[in-house]
Design a protein around this ligand. Structure first.
Ligand SMILES: NC(=O)C1=CN([C@@H]2O[C@H](COP(=O)(O)OP(=O)(O)OC[C@H]3O[C@@H](n4cnc5c(N)ncnc54)[C@H](OP(=O)(O)O)[C@@H]3O)[C@@H](O)[C@H]2O)C=CC1
Ligand SMILES: O=C(O)CCC(=O)C(=O)O
Ligand SMILES: [Mg+2]
Length: 418
């Protein structure tokens, strides 16, 4: 494939077998997006840390050929002012299968509502996987932060997050409101003259494929429970249906049966013979549950917007979004990403915590099967935090810590790999 602006480095493609397992060469080409705002601070630090971990784990036997691809503001300067997400960026992710990205600014104008959402939808990255774990020494507002060990499976392609909405007063909004009133018998739109309208699509297929992956994760990683989080008491045919379809997939595809007479279910993990409990909690209650009783929650499957809120709230329990990693997954393509945004007020200051994108890269290495390098990253971060050498976000909450800048924190992580 000839690209317009992307230079393909010397290296090899990762490929996928029919059974979805990966063939990872010794020098895989990994596409990355630098990201807007603080992307220029954190992404180079992530690359340094990953290179150090790979080199320490495998010496010359393995290395990564990093290939920069473009989205966001950098894309507009290279491809033209309205090109926020070039086609060849999507092609590159499809071609090379595994990539990583920094945060992207949502364009203030133009047809794209959010570049992140557009990317997820274009590549059908329907799982947003966000693990939340605590590193010893990290400041936390909860009494026993070591109990916070959860993995959020957020549906990534549907819900109100799909961005189907019309501005108040626009012809289209008026048309929809008229249709709802005249054709659908809707009488409960308050202030219908001046009302924006949003649509919340939630499908059986979309729900089931997400919950299926979450349950597979529980089985493969010996997890104790799966909690379906929804607001189904109010939004019965979207959030409520998510719960119903979630339990259905557990029963129909995993053989789940009622647990202790119901209403929850359980399934025996075929790998460990242990019981996995499948339960559900209403979204608002869940936000207090995870603060007060975090040990009762493990893997969580939820809709797109709930997952967005819940993953940042959980991140706050383990140090904040500066250290919360994530992955966007389809059946073949995996894009790892910092879960925070572009934090424009800090852009270019070499100040912020690069932990989120570094831990996203750690997930990427594990996904590739390079577990020794991934383990070294965990060792490095654990060591740097234990030594109280941290970035401003942790330092301001820790007693007696030394405040490092973004790149120095990366160096501290590398230093603690030994
Ligand atoms: N996946 C993505 O690409 C995402 C993109 N966005 C986009 O980012 C832009 C800005 O969004 P905004 O709502 O301000 O959210 P941000 O996540 O960019 O920043 C909010 C606050 O979180 C803290 N923070 C964020 N990143 C770090 C870090 N690496 N280290 C330490 N602290 C950090 C800072 O807190 P403090 O001020 O306390 O230091 C910061 O002011 C928007 O355009 C939004 O659409 C948002 C979320 C995800
Ligand atoms: O796309 C955006 O601008 C925000 C996305 C976001 O907050 C998230 O995915 O967590
Ligand atoms: Mg978010």
């Amino acid at each position: 494939m000839d690209y317009l602006k992307i230079s393909v480095p010397a290296g090899d493609k990762i490929t996928v077998n029919a059974d979805k397992t990966l063939n990872v060469p010794a020098r895989p080409i990994i596409p990355y997006i630098m990201g807007d705002g603080i992307g220029i601070d954190i992404t180079p630090v992530m690359i340094n840390v990953v290179n150090a971990a790979v080199s320490k784990a495998y010496q010359d036997a393995r290395s990564i050929a990093w290939m920069e691809i473009y989205a966001g503001e950098k894309a507009t300067s290279l491809y033209g002012k309205d090109t926020w997400l070039p086609d060849e960026t999507l092609t590159a992710f499809n071609d090379f299968l595994i990539g990583i990205k920094g945060p992207l600014t949502t364009p203030v104008s133009g047809g794209i509502r959010s570049l992140n959402v557009a990317l997820r939808q274009a590549l059908d990255l329907y799982v947003c996987q966000r693990p939340i774990r605590w590193f010893k020494g990290v400041p936390s507002p909860v009494r026993n932060p070591e109990d916070v060990d959860m993995v959020v499976y957020r549906e990534n392609s549907e819900d109100i997050y799909a961005g189907i909405e019309w501005e108040a007063g626009s012809d289209k909004a008026k048309k929809i409101i008229n249709f709802l009133k005249k054709e659908m018998g809707v009488t409960r739109i308050r202030f219908d003259e001046n009302c924006g309208i949003g649509i919340k699509p939630v499908s059986e297929q979309g729900t089931k494929r997400l919950v299926r992956q979450a349950l597979r994760y529980c089985i493969d990683h010996d997890r104790r429970s799966l909690t379906l989080v929804h607001k189904g008491n109010i939004m019965k045919f979207t959030e409520g249906a998510f719960k119903t379809w979630g339990y259905e997939v557990a029963q129909q595809e995993f053989g789940a049966t009622l647990w202790q007479g119901g209403p929850w279910f359980s399934v025996t993990n075929p790998k460990t013979q242990k019981e996995i409990i499948i339960k559900d909690v209403i979204a608002d209650a869940m936000l207090q549950q995870v603060l007060l009783r975090p040990s009762e929650y493990d893997v969580i499957a939820t809709l797109n917007l709930n997952g967005d809120y819940l993953s940042d709230a959980l991140a706050a329990e383990v140090g904040g979004i500066g250290i919360a990693p994530g992955a966007n997954l389809s059946d073949t393509v995996a894009i790892f990403e910092a879960t925070h945004g572009t934090a424009p007020k800090y852009a270019g200051q070499n100040k912020v915590n690069p932990g989120s994108i570094i831990l996203s890269a750690e997930m990427m290495l594990r996904h590739m099967g390079w577990t020794e390098a991934a383990d070294l990253i965990i060792k490095g971060i654990t060591g740097a935090i234990a030594a109280k050498t941290v970035t401003y976000d942790f330092e301001r909450l820790m007693e007696g810590a030394e405040c490092l800048n973004c790149s120095a924190f990366g160096d501290a992580i590398i230093g603690h790999m030994s």
